[in-house]
Design a protein around this ligand. Structure first.
Ligand SMILES: CC(=O)SCCNC(=O)CCNC(=O)[C@H](O)C(C)(C)COP(=O)(O)OP(=O)(O)OC[C@H]1O[C@@H](n2cnc3c(N)ncnc32)[C@H](O)[C@@H]1OP(=O)(O)O
Ligand SMILES: O=C([O-])CC(=O)C(=O)O
Length: 462
């Protein structure tokens, strides 16, 4: 059963009494969803029946051959990305979220649970609801034994992202949705089984990810048990072996909350949505998403940034000046490579997630004075002008990956091939939210029309 605050257990689920209304803020995640779904279903029905023929844009050849950039072609309710302002989660900007979303006990940063609640329901959870969700996730975190055996049998030389994707796919043996589908449930019941799978997967992802870290980088060291009194990321940090570093744990909380969702068109979220649209279960859908995240133009960029910044540091030594950084940037560009951590498919301003992570660093003297963070900051002061002069990228500003991994490096989590795994733990929040909503709204199979070049030329002639 999904989390429910203690007081609310005394109240009948469908009660409309004054008492139950007063206790609205103690509703469980599933109850809250049950409450908000009908209005969304009605909104979709109206859009379909009353505005189904409304035109919201045109399709140009450049959209078709240009990776569908700019095409308004997906429904995604949890977040919308403005090119200038950046991401908003159900209308809340990052600074808004930092003000209103409950942190962990004793912490200040947004946690995965409060972000997940917001993404799923569109509502800001109470502290009690957040704690109940933490408890539920901790209770559901154990991995099935066969998945542990599978992960333990993989060679340490296999990239951690490959291992993560394999582990997540294997978890589908436990899929409630798949079992219910085989039994033959009604379409209106799909979302509850999808929600169950998604909650179980979110609970198990950090445990799986920590096991991979231990196997690859700390072989032979014991994995601590899940602490039922900790939040999801508190447990993750503890299992990684950094539980006594409160600053890193807080950073991981912020990192994982901020990377949770970035509207629907990014490659990982879109992959989960596409695969999920075939009614593949959430484990298979999210496993596929992880392999999209593992590409260097997307999530893997955070490992690439660190590799690139360290190579820059090695080459220019202690004399880190704007001029030296500029020369290194030109060297990278002239060798035909992209500058990792810069540019974006939608954003046309510095990424507010980059800004939030940099602000985290600025408030902590150890981070502010860290050589790698200073290098990141100085690079961000020089790179936009160089990229503008280079004249290719539509967005010369830093994206979130420009700093995210470097902070981990400062804290001693130096194994950069692992960084995208942390991103993979995070992106589940948004991608799985969408799977629940896709089932609740009865969204169809995704199947766009493609054309050959000859067929496009025919279309142009017409
Ligand atoms: C969490 C995330 O996924 S954030 C993104 C992480 N990825 C990176 O940081 C990798 C570096 N950045 C890039 O490769 C790109 O900016 C992307 C993939 C993020 C976006 O790609 P696009 O939307 O195609 O960018 P854009 O339209 O600006 O590209 C135009 C040209 O500029 C180039 N360009 C874009 N960004 C950069 C960059 N950082 N360095 C050098 N050249 C760049 C493109 O390669 C493209 O060149 P081409 O015409 O020779 O093919
Ligand atoms: O939006 C994108 O295309 C890439 C990105 O920043 C993300 O997925 O977080």
């Amino acid at each position: 059963m999904l989390a429910r605050a203690r007081v609310a257990r005394l109240v009948p689920l469908d009660s409309s009494s004054f008492f139950s209304k007063r206790l609205a803020s103690t509703k469980s995640l599933k109850e809250t969803l049950q409450e908000v779904i009908p209005a969304k279903q009605e909104q979709l029905r109206r859009l379909k029946t009353e505005h189904g023929q409304a035109v919201v844009g045109e399709v140009k050849i450049e959209n078709i051959i240009g990776g569908m950039r700019g095409l308004k072609a997906m429904l995604w309710d949890a977040s919308v990305l403005d090119p200038i302002e950046g991401i908003r989660f159900h209308g809340h900007s990052i600074p808004d979220c930092q003000k209103v979303l409950p942190p962990a006990p004793g912490g200040k940063e947004i946690i995965a649970e409060s972000m997940l609640w917001l993404l799923l329901t569109g509502q800001v959870p109470t502290t009690e609801q957040t704690r109940e969700l933490s408890r539920e996730l901790a209770e559901k975190g154990e991995l099935p034994e066969f998945v542990e055996t599978l992960i333990d049998s993989l060679p340490a030389t296999l990239h951690p992202m490959t291992q993560l994707g394999m582990g997540v796919a294997a978890l589908n043996r436990e899929s409630s949705f798949q079992a219910a589908y085989e039994r033959g449930i009604k379409k209106s019941e799909y979302w509850t089984h999808t929600l169950e799978d998604c909650i179980n997967l979110i609970a198990r992802l950090p445990v799986l990810a920590a096991r991979i870290y231990r196997n690859v980088y700390r072989p032979g060291t014991p994995l601590p048990a899940i602490n039922k009194d900790l939040d999801l990321v508190g447990n993750y940090s503890n299992q990684l072996g950094y539980g006594d570093n409160q600053s890193l744990t807080e950073y991981l909380r912020l990192y994982i909350a901020l990377h949770g969702d970035h509207e629907g068109g990014n490659a990982s979220a879109h992959t989960a949505h596409l695969v999920g649209s075939t009614l593949s279960d959430p484990y298979l859908s999210y496993s596929a998403a992880l392999f999209a995240l593992a590409g260097p133009l997307h999530g893997l960029a955070n490992q690439e940034v660190l590799r690139w910044q360290l190579a820059m540091q090695k080459e220019i030594g202690d004399n880190i000046t704007h001029e030296n950084i500029k020369d290194y940037l030109w060297k990278t560009l002239k060798s035909g490579q992209v500058v990792p951590g810069y540019g974006h498919g939608v954003l046309r301003n510095p990424d507010p997630r980059f800004i939030a992570l940099q602000e985290f660093c600025n408030t902590r003297p150890d981070l502010k004075n860290s050589p790698i963070i200073q290098l990141v900051t100085k690079t961000s002061e020089v790179a936009p002008d160089v990229l503008k002069e280079h004249g290719k990228t539509k967005n010369p500003y830093p994206n979130v990956d420009a700093t995210s991994g470097c902070v981990l490096y400062h804290y001693g989590l130096t194994e950069f091939k692992y960084y995208t795994v942390i991103f993979g733990v995070s992106r589940a929040l948004g991608a799985l939210t969408q799977l629940v909503w896709a089932r609740a709204l009865g969204l169809p199979l995704e199947r766009p029309k493609s054309y050959s070049m000859d067929a496009l030329e025919e279309l142009i002639k017409k």
